[in-house]
Design a binder for this molecule. Structure first.
Ligand SMILES: [Zn+2]
Ligand SMILES: [Zn+2]
Length: 73
C-alpha cells in the first residue's frame, strides 16, 4: 500500500470515465468532431471503442482497455 498505487488507481479511474467521449487513438474529445464512431471491442465485446473521423480516415490504431486488442478494425 503506497501513495503511488492510489494515485495510479485514480488516474486509471479518470481515464476510464473519460473514455466514452475521447477518441481512443488521438485522445481528442469527439463531441466537437465530425464522423466519429463508437463500437464494442470485436474480441472481448466489453470495452466501448471511440474513434474520431480523422483517426478512421488515417486508420490509426486503437487499443482495447479491457483485453488489450490492438487493431484498425
Ligand atoms: Zn482520433
Ligand atoms: Zn477487448
Amino acid at each position: 500500500m503506497t501513495t503511488l498505487a492510489s494515485e495510479q488507481q485514480l488516474e486509471m479511474l479518470s481515464k476510464h470515465m473519460k473514455a466514452n467521449n475521447v477518441c481512443n487513438s488521438c485522445n481528442r474529445e469527439i463531441n466537437t468532431l465530425p464522423n466519429n464512431t463508437r463500437f464494442y471491442c470485436p474480441v472481448c465485446n466489453k470495452f466501448e471503442i471511440v474513434r474520431c473521423g480523422h483517426c478512421r480516415q488515417i486508420v490509426a490504431k486503437y487499443t482495447c482497455a479491457s483485453c488489450g486488442f490492438i487493431g484498425p478494425n
